[in-house]
Design a protein around this ligand. Structure first.
Ligand code: ATP
Ligand code: HSE
Length: 307
């Protein structure tokens, strides 16, 4: 039995405009996490990189909560635990830091306790902990994922996913403003009901989005990324959002959206990535928001052991 495992988990961008709580993409930005068990007792958590100083070192830490859920399910008996994280995914910005933490904890704990759970079981656990599947699916499986929670004939709600990769390369330029926005706060501004017209608007865009990504017909992205279910309500939480989108489009982006629950804004492109990123940062700057950007591509692998 192993007593140390190391896992690499990608950040993820969820929603992709109209696919609220359903569509997600694994991105080439990674956290790594080392989990060790020993004969001793106690919990030691070490964090470096993003979130150092903000992430709890106590039992409340969600990496540990996730790992503990696996140990409880498989009856694994442990003594002392040490978790070492090196994080590149910015915290509470819309790049799936919580999903990466949860998936990292689950995959590491499963490996150290003898891989008794399948990836589907880990996905179910991750969805329960995160509350929605759209970030945890790509964090676990990589690629672009479409996910849903559905009640089967046995009466239990189960998470389901479909994963694919587009047939041609696609870049994602993610502008990262220098303020955080928790998913909880960003969901609080959303309405409880929407009009049939807005629902139809999103259904048609989501269908076009998935078709465009599957076939590599990226010219559809500008309209396929439009949304009426969450972005209009979240706009007030991200100063300059329409101008940042406009700056991306004017400099060669195919389309743009809020990344996850924000405040990161993401543009999709096949060229001119630097011009697009620079223009997005400048547009944030005109609204007195400091920002940087990452040029990312699609991670095909999802969480993997890197021992
Ligand atoms: N490596 C980590 N270890 C422990 N907890 C973490 C870690 N990364 C994130 N978290 C927790 O998750 C919270 C951020 O989650 P939140 O859902 O608000 O944002 P996000 O996942 O980064 O963005 P989004 O869901 O919009 O993509 C942090 O405030 C912290 O409590
Ligand atoms: N679908 C989620 C993603 C962030 O966790 C939201 O937009 O609230």
């Amino acid at each position: 039995m192993l007593n140390t495992v190391k896992v690499r988990v990608p950040g993820t961008t969820a929603n992709c405009g109209p696919g609220f709580d359903s569509v997600g993409i694994a991105c080439t930005i990674y956290n790594s996490l080392e989990l060790s068990v020993s004969e001793a007792s106690g919990l030691i958590i070490e964090v470096s990189g993003e979130g150092a100083g903000a992430i709890p070192h106590s039992e409340k830490n969600i990496v540990w909560q996730a790992a503990k859920a696996v140990f409880a399910k498989v009856g694994f008996v442990y003594g002392g635990i040490r978790i070492r994280m090196v994080n590149a995914i910015p915290l509470a910005r819309g790049l799936g830091s919580s999903a990466a933490a949860i998936v990292g904890g689950l995959v590491a704990a499963n490996a150290i306790s003898g891989n008794q759970l399948t990836r589907q079981q880990l996905f179910e656990l991750a969805t329960d902990i995160e509350g929605h599947p759209d970030n945890v699916a790509p964090a676990l499986f990589g690629g672009i994922t479409l996910s849903t929670v559905a009640t089967g004939s046995e009466g239990a709600a189960r998470a389901h996913h479909l994963r694919f990769l587009p047939p041609a390369p696609l870049s994602m330029i993610v502008a990262v403003p220098d303020f955080t926005l928790s998913t909880r706060a960003s969901r609080q501004v959303l309405p409880q009901t929407v009009s049939l017209q807005d629902a139809v608007f999103n259904i048609s865009r989501t269908a076009l989005l998935i078709g465009a990504l599957c076939k590599g017909e990226f010219q559809h992205l500008q309209y396929a990324l439009e949304d009426k279910l969450h972005q209009p309500y979240r706009q007030k939480l991200v100063p300059g959002m329409p101008e940042v989108f406009q700056a991306a489009l004017a400099n060669g982006a195919l389309g743009a959206a809020i990344s996850g629950a924000g405040p990161c804004l993401i543009a999709f492109a096949v060229s001119k990535e630097k011009a697009i990123g620079d223009a997005m940062v400048a547009a944030f700057g005109r609204h007195q928001i400091k920002a940087g950007y990452h040029v990312l591509t699609i991670d095909p692998d999802g969480a993997k052991i890197i021992n």
